[in-house]
Structures are given as structure tokens and as C-alpha cells.
Write a protein that binds this ligand. Structure first.
Ligand code: FES
Length: 149
């Protein structure tokens, strides 16, 4: 195979793979819920993460709580049945609302990215996201809005 043909074929395969990956990831729907807002925080059901599949139940890695009483949504990431993070979806650079893309929260304004623990992956944001304690009980999660880190 000639060098030029090899490069052309490799680039075509790479672009096809990238396009397919984007298509597949865009097919995954993001779940939005409003939760129950109380005096001290938000309560959501653990079963909101459930995804029914043939042969059992899988779990979404995150859901977004969007409540009219809150200025920004909160992205809740599930790591296992007892470990969660609740992240305020406001960029720490200039305050834009973030978008969730799998385990990464992205800012459409200037490209900052944060991981599922709220830490900065890419700037220009210099500090991590506000996060709230999540208390897991048997069936519910309580997101304590009185405390943040
Ligand atoms: S406001 Fe988010 S990167 Fe600038």
C-alpha cells in the first residue's frame, strides 16, 4: 500500500469512528427531574437512576435536577448505591450554565470542563464547582443545600 493511500484510509477510518462515537453518545438521553424541594434541601428517589434493560436494571451515571426555585440545575452523579456527588451547574469562570456530557460538565461559553467530582479539567475556570453533601438512605437521596464545599 502506498503511503498516501494508507494515510487517506487511516484518516477516513478515524473520522468515521469519531462521527460514530458522537452519534452514539448523543443518543443517550439526559434525564431531568425537579425533585422535592424542602426547607433545607432537595430529595430525589434513588430509582431515578434506574434504567430498565433486558435482563435487569442498569444505572445512569448522572441525572440533572432542574427546579424552578433554583437559579441553576444540580447534576447528581452516581458512583455506587451509597456514593454520589451533587454539583451546582454554574461555571466558576464567568457564571454560565454548564452542560453535562457523560462524566464531564462543559461550559459552552469558553470551554471550561469539570469532572464528576467538580474539579477543573480544562480552564479558563480556575476553581472547582460548588458541591453539596448527599445523604443516601434506602430509597432516597437528600441533597443538603445548607452546606456546600
Ligand atoms: S463562563 Fe465558563 S468558561 Fe467562561
Amino acid at each position: 500500500m502506498h503511503r498516501r493511500t494508507f494515510i487517506k484510509n487511516s484518516c477516513t477510518a478515524c473520522l468515521s469512528f469519531t462521527a460514530l462515537s458522537t452519534l452514539v453518545s448523543s443518543c443517550v438521553t439526559t434525564k431531568y427531574i425537579s425533585g422535592r424541594l424542602g426547607k433545607d434541601g432537595l430529595t430525589i428517589g434513588k430509582d431515578e437512576f434506574n434504567v430498565k434493560q433486558k435482563g435487569g436494571t442498569a444505572y445512569s451515571s448522572f441525572i440533572i435536577v432542574r427546579n424552578d426555585a433554583l437559579l441553576f440545575p444540580i447534576c447528581v452523579y452516581r458512583f455506587n448505591d451509597s456514593e454520589y456527588t451533587a454539583l451546582w451547574m454554574q461555571c466558576t469562570h464567568q457564571g454560565n450554565e454548564l452542560q453535562a456530557s457523560g462524566d464531564v460538565l462543559q461550559c459552552p461559553a469558553h470551554g471550561s470542563e469539570f469532572n464528576n467530582k467538580g474539579r477543573v479539567i480544562h480552564g479558563p475556570a480556575a476553581s472547582g464547582l460548588r458541591s453539596f453533601p448527599v445523604i443516601a438512605t434506602n430509597n432516597e437521596l437528600f441533597i443538603d443545600l445548607r452546606k456546600q464545599s
